[in-house]
Design a protein around this ligand. Structure first.
Ligand code: NAG
Ligand code: NAG
Length: 266
């Protein structure tokens, strides 16, 4: 046996193992595979004296129509800005336990559901939603979010739900201050900053319904009353005319005539 033979016989199993590992890696995308159209880069992360690596996933200007479903689980910074993303599906970022920065600015997002950022509430530190088409959000869309949220340049519709959503991120006055009402429940608020709106829009909606109910009830009541009044008046008039007619009759009227009159009264 030569030395080469010995080496081959020992390393052959190793080779096979290595080959199957490579095959497996190709078949099953690993956690850190970069989504199509994005550029992924590792960077050093210093956090609480711990030293570990973070993953920067840059999908900026990638003509994306939706958020990639295969984002690496160790993503720390995610740039999705300047794409054509129209929706943020509930729980789409749920697996990203290390996500700190999310940039969704310059997209076509129209609304945010209750669970848009569920799973990343505690870790997310910066969220950029500026330059989208957001008019309204679920009242709990920003609830429990600790991130600094930027919401500038969206066509906000100022209503009760928005008041509740902003109330949910009370610590985030900076963001709230930049919400401009494109349209509103109250006409005079259009174009005004949302924080300057001091009306309680939720109670307003309730009050409006109450008021409508009251007006309707009053309307019905007035109709019934006027009908009763009209009916009584009409009857009084008839009775009076009849009495006069009876008085104007000769003292001994013919019987058939009288019978005829009585039937008219009845
Ligand atoms: C991300 O990608 C965009 C466009 O491809 C590029 O302009 C930008 O410099 C990149 N940013 C980072 C932080 O890598
Ligand atoms: C998000 O990306 C835009 C550019 O597309 C940039 O202007 C903005 O500063 C970024 N936001 C954050 C919070 O880094």
């Amino acid at each position: 046996m030569t030395l080469l033979d010995v080496w081959l016989s020992r390393s052959l199993p190793m080779w096979l193992l290595l080959q199957s590992l490579v095959l497996m890696a190709l078949c099953f995308p690993s956690a850190s595979m970069c989504p199509k159209g994005c550029v992924c880069q590792r960077f050093d992360l210093h956090h609480l004296h711990l030293h570990h690596q973070g993953l920067n996933v840059n999908c900026s200007q990638s003509r994306l129509k939706e958020i990639p479903g295969d984002l690496p689980v160790d993503t720390v910074v995610l740039r999705l800005d300047r794409n054509h993303i129209a929706a943020v599906p509930d729980r789409i970022f749920r697996g990203l336990a290390l996500l700190r920065e999310l940039n969704l600015s310059y997209n076509a997002v129209e609304t945010l559901g209750e669970g848009a950022f569920s799973g990343v509430e505690a870790t997310l530190q910066a969220l950029d939603l500026s330059h989208n088409r957001i008019a309204s959000v679920h009242k709990d869309a920003f609830a429990r979010l600790k991130a600094r949220v930027v919401v500038d340049d969206n066509p906000w519709h100022c209503d009760c739900a928005l008041q509740q959503a902003i109330g949910g991120m009370a610590h985030n006055h900076e963001a709230a201050a930049r919400v401009l009402c494109r349209s509103s429940e109250l006409l005079d608020q259009e174009g005004r900053p949302f924080l300057a709106v001091d009306t309680d829009l939720c109670n307003l909606a309730k009050r409006t319904t109450d008021y409508a109910m009251l007006v309707t009830m009053f309307g019905w009541f007035a109709m019934v009353i006027s009908y009763v009044v009209y009916y009584v008046r009409q009857n009084q008039e008839d009775a009076r005319r009849h009495l006069e007619y009876l008085k104007s009759l000769p003292s001994k009227p013919k019987k058939p005539d009288e019978a005829d009159d009585i039937s008219t009264v009845v």
